[in-house]
Design a protein around this ligand. Sequence first.
Ligand code: GLA
Length: 388
Amino acid sequence: MIGAFHERFGPTQQPRVFRAPGRVNLIGEHTDYNLGFVLPVALNLATYIAAAPSADGKLRIYSEDRREQREFDASSLGSVEPTRQWTDYPVGVAQELVRAGMPVEGANLLIRSTVPDGSGLSSSAALEVSSALALLAGREFDPLELARLCQRAERNFVGMPCGIMDQYISVFGRAHSAVEIDCRSLGHRLVKLPDGITFIAVNTMVKHALSGSAYHDRVRECASAVEGIAAVYANVKSLRDVSPEQFEGVAARLPEVVARRARHVVTEDARVNRFVEASGQGDVAAMGKLMVESHRSLQHDYEVSCVELDFLVDAALAIDGVYGSRMTGGGFGGCTVTLLRAGAAEAFRARIAQAYHQQFGLTPRIYSCEPSEGAAEVKNYETIPALA
Ligand code: GLA
C-alpha cells in the first residue's frame, strides 16, 4: 500500500496508515436509533487509508477499489455539497472535524477496503472512521466523540438517519469479543462468546432499492409509536423505555403497522439481553433460537427482510451444525449471520453456496466473522491486505 501511495502521490513522502473495520451485528437490529441494545462484532474486513500532508493545500482522495480520485481545496471544504457518491463520507467527516475545532489541512489520501460495499457489513462506517483518523493524522481525539462525529457526518451530510452502532463498533471493536452497546448511555461491555462455535456471514449479493427510503420510514414509525405510548406512559421517551409486557397493554391503541414496528423493537431489545445471558452460560442452543426469533420479527413485524435473506436463513437452518441464523444490518439485501459449530463451518459454506446458487443463480460471498480490533493506526504494514 505504501508503494501504491508513492506511485500515485510521489516517492518523497512517508504516509501513515489507518485502519477501521466493518462489522457484523449478532443481534439487536434496528434498536440503536431507538436507544436500545445491540451486539455487534468488528470484522477483520476493514478500510485502510494511507495519508500524508500535501504541499499545496489540496485534499486529494483516491479510492484504489473504484480507481477514482477527487480533489478539494482544504480551505473551502466547508462549502462542498453532498454528491451522493463515496466521497460524501470523507468530506462529511472533514466538515464535522472542522466544526469540532479540528482544522483539516491539505493531504493526500489513498483508500483500500476489504469491506464489501452495500453488503450490510458497514462499509460506510469503516470509511468514515478511517477517514477521521487519517484527517486527524495522529492528533488526539476522544474515541466516543470520534464515533459520534462520524455518525453526525452520516446523518447531516450523507442524509442517512442512522443510529450509533456501526461507527461505535468500528471504533470500540475488540478481538475475541462481541460488544454489547447501550445506545442510550453509550457505554458498552465486552461479551465473551462460548468456545467451539463460530459465526459466518453470507452475502445475498443484492441490495434492493427500497433500503434507503424504508429506513427513513422505520425511523418515523418508531417515533410515532413513542408518541402513542407516551400518551399513556408519560415517562416513555423512546422505545427503549417500554417493556414487552407494557407494550402489549398499549398495542391496541396504535395503528396496526406502527404497533408491529414497535413490537419488533421492544422484543428485540429483550432478545439482546437474553442472548448475552445465554452466551455467558454457554447455552448455544438458546442463542441460536433467539437469532431465529429476531429474524422472524424483522421479517414479519419490522418488514425489512427480503426473499433472498429469508431463503438464506431457512436454508442455513436445514444444515448440520447450525444453531441459528438471521439477517444482519439494515436489511433489504446484504448479509445473514449464522451461528454454528466451528467444526461444521466448511461443509456449511459449500452447502449454503450451492443452495443459494441453485435458487437465485448467484454465488454468495461468505465471510468468517472473527471478532477483531477497532480502528487504529497500523504499525505493522505486513498486516495490510493486498489490493483485491
Ligand atoms: C444500519 C444503520 C445502523 C442500524 C442498522 C440496523 O446499519 O447504519 O445504525 O440502525 O442499520 O440495525
